[in-house]
Design a binder for this molecule. Structure first.
Ligand SMILES: [Mg+2]
Length: 261
């Protein structure tokens, strides 16, 4: 049996617009009872908030089928067993994931600085993070995305804030989100299938396809987000990657998958 790790933004929706065929694709997965997980680098939303957002766009998915880079960051910290005190720079998705995993926010002597996207980032927050890192806290970054698609064009992502923190502190973060093998391994483990039986589907060559390929999964690039029919050749050439399938959209993925069975 195949399992599926599916990206969200640019694959199921773009901002507040559902991508045509995405709802039908999820229904197909559910009807065929295929194991799947929606895996997102977006650290700002909780799984419940992601499920609500999908529902508003006409897609019914349980929150348990969502796995975020914030959850993966909390899972990573839990495995490190190097302390429970965390200095957080982020939003609801990260705060709630850390809280659920039993971590306490600590502004004085944290064991970790954990950072995701924070749309209220300030010079003061930068200064504090750098101070903790200089005192030996471990730096963990939910996701490396420097820019994000949004309704009004591109906006800076967690990776751009991390660039400032690294520039000031000299400390490189442990990166959790795609293409990091950390989130890929956790997501594959949740599906409970061997990596070779897992399809990674997404619109971003550098995160989805690279992460899937490095994890030993099969990969399908959809041309509905960062990758488009116009730029796909250039993007694949610059990344030096060849996905197993390149599909205009998710319905075409189902058709191509049936062809290669
Ligand atoms: Mg995407």
């Amino acid at each position: 049996m195949n399992g599926f790790l599916i990206d969200l933004d640019g694959t199921l929706y773009r901002g507040h617009e559902p991508i045509p065929g995405a709802a039908a694709f999820l229904q197909w997965l559910q009807q065929e009872q295929l194991p799947y997980l929606l895996v997102t680098n977006n650290s700002s939303r909780t799984p419940d908030q992601v499920a609500e957002h999908l529902q508003a766009l006409g897609m019914e998915v349980p929150a348990a089928a969502v796995y975020t880079s914030s959850q993966a960051a909390a899972q990573y910290l839990t495995e490190q067993r190097a302390g429970q005190r965390v200095h957080m720079i982020g939003e609801d998705g990260l705060r709630i994931a850390l809280d659920a995993a039993g971590f306490a926010l600590d502004e004085t002597t944290p064991d970790y600085v954990v950072q995701g996207i924070d749309r209220s980032f300030t010079y003061g927050k930068l200064t504090e993070a750098v101070r903790h890192l200089k005192h030996g806290a471990t730096y963990v970054l939910t996701n490396p995305d420097r820019m994000l698609p949004s309704d009004g064009g591109l906006m800076p992502g967690a990776g751009s804030l991390a660039a400032a923190i690294t520039a000031a502190s000299g400390v490189e973060p442990v990166v959790i989100g795609k293409p990091s093998p950390i989130i890929m391994a956790y997501a594959i483990e949740r599906l409970g299938l061997p990596a070779a039986d897992v399809w990674v589907i997404g619109d971003n060559v550098h995160t989805d396809i690279r992460g899937g390929a490095m994890a030993g999964c099969r990969t399908a690039l959809v041309l509905t987000g960062v990758a488009t029919p116009d730029n796909v050749h250039e993007q694949l050439a610059s990344a030096g990657l060849t996905p197993d399938l390149v599909c205009t959209d998710l319905p075409q993925f189902i058709a191509q998958l049936n062809d290669c069975r």
